[in-house]
Write a protein that binds this ligand. Structure first.
Ligand code: AMP
Length: 128
């Protein structure tokens, strides 16, 4: 499986190495959840695997079952800790250029605490 090359200098790699601070919400053996520095809603938490994976596909294909399980559990832990279950929330994973991924270490945004608005604008085939 061809994986995107992992950049050890990306900001989340530095967070995982403890080189820059983060506001941790929860952590387990294989995943870390911390608050987004520029929140889009009252709750905006990023969940990342601790392994070196750039995209969702990389993580899905090359992560272990234990890593997958720990990642999903961390997302659920955030939902519960932030009290999002009842009113709902949105999970977002941006991948690559078309997905507008800014940080090349796979992360899931957990966004809630308010109505987060419509999903994406409807696609107009006449637009580029
Ligand atoms: P994406 O566009 O999906 O790659 O999202 C990257 C996210 O990382 C953005 O929402 C940023 O606000 C967030 N971010 C960037 N640097 C940090 C940081 N040092 N701590 C927490 N969140 C960050």
């Amino acid at each position: 499986m061809i994986m995107a090359a992992y950049d050890d200098q990306n900001i989340f790699a530095k967070i995982l190495r403890g080189e820059i601070p983060n506001s941790t919400v929860t952590e387990n053996e294989h995943a870390l959840a911390f608050r987004d520095i520029a929140p889009a809603a009252p709750t905006h938490v990023l969940v990342i695997p601790k392994g070196k994976y750039v995209t969702f596909r990389d993580f899905a294909r090359d992560g272990s079952k234990e890593e997958h399980s720990a990642f999903i559990s961390a997302v659920a832990d955030v939902v519960e800790a932030e009290g999002l279950s009842e009113d709902g929330y949105r999970l977002i994973v941006n991948n690559g250029p078309n997905g507008r991924q800014e940080v090349p270490h796979i992360h899931m945004h957990v966004v809630g605490g308010r109505d987060v608005g419509p999903m994406l604008k409807r696609w107009n085939k006449d637009e580029s």
